[in-house]
Design a binder for this molecule. Structure first.
Ligand code: AMP
Ligand code: ZN
Length: 119
C-alpha cells in the first residue's frame, strides 16, 4: 500500500497533519521533529508508506540513496555546524527492540551545539 490511513506520517505527507517542512520533492519529505533532542532535529521520510527499515530491499536502493545523500546539505541548511567540529547524528530506530514509536520509516538527523536533551 502507498499510504496507510492510520499512519501519522502518511497524514503529514498528505497535509492532513501540519508539519514544519525542511525539504520536499516527489518521493521524500523532511520536517522538524516536534520533540527535538537537540538544537537541530528533523526527520526524513519516504512519501510512500514503508513501515520501517526492516522492510527495505534492493528495490529501495535508489530512494534510500537519494534520501541519505540529502542529509549533508539539509543539516547545514538547518544549522548543524560544519564537519568535523560540528556534524550531526543520524538515527533510524527500527522495531520494538530499536525503540521505534512511529511505524513509518524515518531517519532522524540531530545536531547543533551540545548539550542536547537526549542522545
Ligand atoms: P521513533 O521513536 O524513531 O519512532 O521517533 C518518532 C519521532 O517522531 C519522535 O522523535 C517524535 O517526536 C516524532 N513525531 C511524532 N509525531 C510527530 C509530528 N506530528 N510531527 C513531527 N514529529 C513527530
Ligand atoms: Zn505511513
Amino acid at each position: 500500500m502507498t499510504h496507510d490511513p492510520n499512519c501519522i506520517f502518511c497524514k503529514i505527507v498528505q497535509g492532513a497533519i501540519p508539519s514544519r517542512k525542511v525539504h520536499e520533492d516527489d518521493e521524500i519529505l523532511a520536517f522538524h521533529d516536534i520533540n527535538p533532542w537537540g538544537p537541530v532535529h528533523f526527520l526524513l521520510i519516504p512519501k510512500v508508506h514503508i513501515a520501517s527499515m526492516a522492510q527495505l530491499d534492493e528495490g529501495h536502493a535508489g530512494l534510500m540513496g537519494r534520501l541519505m545523500t540529502l542529509i549533508p546539505r539539509l543539516a547545514l541548511q538547518e544549522g548543524c555546524r560544519p564537519y568535523p567540529q560540528g556534524g550531526f547524528r543520524v538515527v533510524v530506530n527500527t522495531g520494538d527492540d530499536g525503540l521505534q514509536e512511529v511505524q513509518h520509516l524515518h531517519v532522524h538527523v540531530i545536531g547543533g551545539p551540545r548539550p542536547w536533551k537526549k542522545g
